[in-house]
Design a protein around this ligand. Structure first.
Ligand SMILES: *[C@@H]1O[C@H](CO)[C@@H](O)[C@H](O)[C@H]1NC(C)=O
Ligand SMILES: *[C@@H]1O[C@H](CO)[C@@H](O)[C@H](O)[C@H]1NC(C)=O
Ligand SMILES: *[C@@H]1O[C@H](CO)[C@@H](O)[C@H](O)[C@H]1NC(C)=O
Ligand SMILES: *[C@@H]1O[C@H](CO)[C@@H](O)[C@H](O)[C@H]1NC(C)=O
Length: 482
């Protein structure tokens, strides 16, 4: 074989290895103290996670993913759909800056663009019904124009409520009546452009919103009373839900459209059903369930899925519930919350974040001399909780078992840590004090934040953001005292 045929063989081998199997993870960044992107990328690599789904196209995040060879799904947030839908120029700019550049100069393995995130959720009241499809079209055209449409596929991560079953079993599946035509337009477009359908499936939410939901049906242990669908038994909600989508697609002529599970997971705090035990049981159960590659009754074969989520995000909106900030398999600072075998490593255990730098070991708590009925208590707690994170307080949560003083201290400390331990952030009149003794008890952790991440600076030619910030601070300072 001459060098030429060797080269050709190598190239065709490379082309065969198109999509990696194995589990993916969602990497969200709505955190007050996010880990440095390099730390997260290392975390992904050391845990053998080869696919990552993002919610935006943050420069530093993508740069850190460069050369890692991890497959990346970048995201266009819902609030950008209008501009993508109405301006081809905007879509082209987005693709040029947030896809092309990263592929060509940073070597990022971008494979998908997620256009919007669950844009048809009923809570959005239809706000994105008109813009999602035109945005999808424009982004696809921009990818074609950039010469990337073979390697980068568009998709729309949708909530599982875009389909339903009139009979209550998977075979009755079809798209929701009020968006049926729109869904077909989108599905046809995805099919024509060789793109997958992306759906987020959440047995936890079913359990959370329906007190009569059979708990065992959320898990994969086969302990639930099966749902019988014309002779096929469904032992867990995931299979049934996934197949309801498979039937919806088939019924409308798209039985072969690939499906990606964009989000699947279980939170560990913020609700009585959100705990480490259930999260471990669900995620491990899911991993084992899909590991053999046997798929679901309707779709035998490997399941392409992204865990939600990699790390906790303490700044997420808690409108859907207090559990929102606790989806991570890792804590905000990269510690494993429970044992989980992702099937990607020989060791079978999670590898934790490395080189994480913490702030000082000190906490803000309620003074022992302060009285519970001090009039400053209530406003202080509500102020602290409003600006920090009290989602671990409440019935059945990790800090739910504390007494009133514990509750108050937890709130004050959360605010103090969020404010990077500023002295002024522990000056709740007459009631607070700083201590060096860890007030954590049992399952309740009084967190200390990590050193704030200020953003990479390499790509900013000239004046790094941090210096600009400092300069602005100085100018303000002088203006104030003059
Ligand atoms: C690229 O993505 C970032 C992050 O999502 C966004 O802020 C920016 O506006 C995008 N760039 C363009 C040109 O649309
Ligand atoms: C949706 O409508 C409800 C009731 O009209 C309103 O309370 C809510 O704020 C709306 N949500 C959005 C995202 O517009
Ligand atoms: C502590 O706070 C939790 C959550 O707000 C509440 O359910 C509990 O009753 C409080 N405990 C005391 C003793 O006040
Ligand atoms: C704090 O305590 C002092 C002494 O008991 C009292 O005079 C003062 O009014 C208190 N401050 C507030 C804001 O309650």
């Amino acid at each position: 074989m001459g060098w030429f045929s060797v080269a050709i063989t190598s190239i065709s081998l490379l082309c065969v290895v198109s999509t990696v199997s194995g589990i993916g993870a969602n990497w969200g960044t709505q955190a007050s103290h996010p880990l440095a992107p390099e730390t997260v990328v290392r975390l992904l690599r050391e845990n053998g996670i080869q696919k990552v789904k993002l919610f935006d196209a943050d420069y530093d995040t993508l740069r850190a993913l460069g050369k890692s060879n991890i497959e990346v799904m970048v995201g266009i947030p819902n609030d950008m759909l209008l501009s993508m839908a109405t301006s081809m120029k905007a879509a082209e700019k987005w693709v040029s800056k947030n896809v092309s550049t990263h592929i060509s100069t940073n070597n990022v393995n971008i494979r998908y663009v997620a256009v919007g995130n669950e844009p048809f959720l009923q809570t959005y009241n239809g706000s994105f019904l008109k813009t999602t499809f035109p945005a999808l079209q424009n982004v696809q055209s921009a990818l074609v124009k950039a010469g990337l449409s073979n390697q980068v596929k568009v998709t729309v991560p949708l909530n599982a409520d875009v389909y339903e079953s009139s009979t209550g079993v998977p075979s009755g599946g079809d798209f929701r009546a009020d968006i049926h035509d729109l869904m077909l337009t989108i599905v046809k477009f995805l099919s024509d452009s060789g793109s997958p359908f992306t759906v987020n499936i959440y047995p936890f939410i079913s359990l959370y919103s329906d007190p009569n939901f059979p708990v065992e049906y959320a898990f994969f242990d086969g302990n639930a009373t099966p749902v019988n669908d014309g002779g096929t038994s469904y032992y867990n909600m995931f299979d049934a839900n996934y197949d309801t989508l498979a039937y919806s697609l088939q019924k409308n002529g798209f039985g072969n459209l690939p499906i990606i599970v964009g989000e699947i997971g279980w939170p560990t705090d913020g609700d009585r059903n959100a705990n480490v035990e259930y999260a471990q049981r669900f995620n491990q159960g899911f991993m084992s369930h899909i590991s053999g590659g046997k798929g679901t009754p309707m779709r035998p074969g490997p399941i392409d899925a992204y865990l939600f989520s990699l790390i906790d995000e303490d700044s997420k909106s808690i409108d859907p519930g207090n559990f929102e900030r606790h989806w991570g398999i890792f804590t905000f600072d990269g510690r494993a919350k429970y044992s989980l075998n992702l099937g990607t490593m020989n060791s079978g255990v999670l590898v934790e974040g490395k080189n994480v730098r913490y702030q000082e070991r000190k906490w803000c708590v309620m003074k022992s001399s302060a009285k519970i009925d001090d009039p400053n208590v209530a406003p202080s707690v509500s102020y602290a909780c409003g600006l920090a994170d009290c989602t671990s307080l409440g019935y059945g949560t990790s800090c739910g078992g504390m007494d009133a003083r514990g509750n108050i201290s937890y709130a004050l400390n959360s605010y103090y840590q969020r404010q990077n331990q500023l002295d002024s952030a522990c000056k709740f009149e007459n009631i607070s004090t700083i201590t060096k003794t860890d007030p954590s008890t049992g399952t309740c952790r009084f967190e200390i934040m990590i050193e704030p991440y200020y953003g990479g600076t390499e790509h900013m030619v000239g004046c790094p953001q941090r210096l600009l910030g400092l300069a602005a601070g100085f100018i303000l300072f002088w203006l104030t005292i003059l």
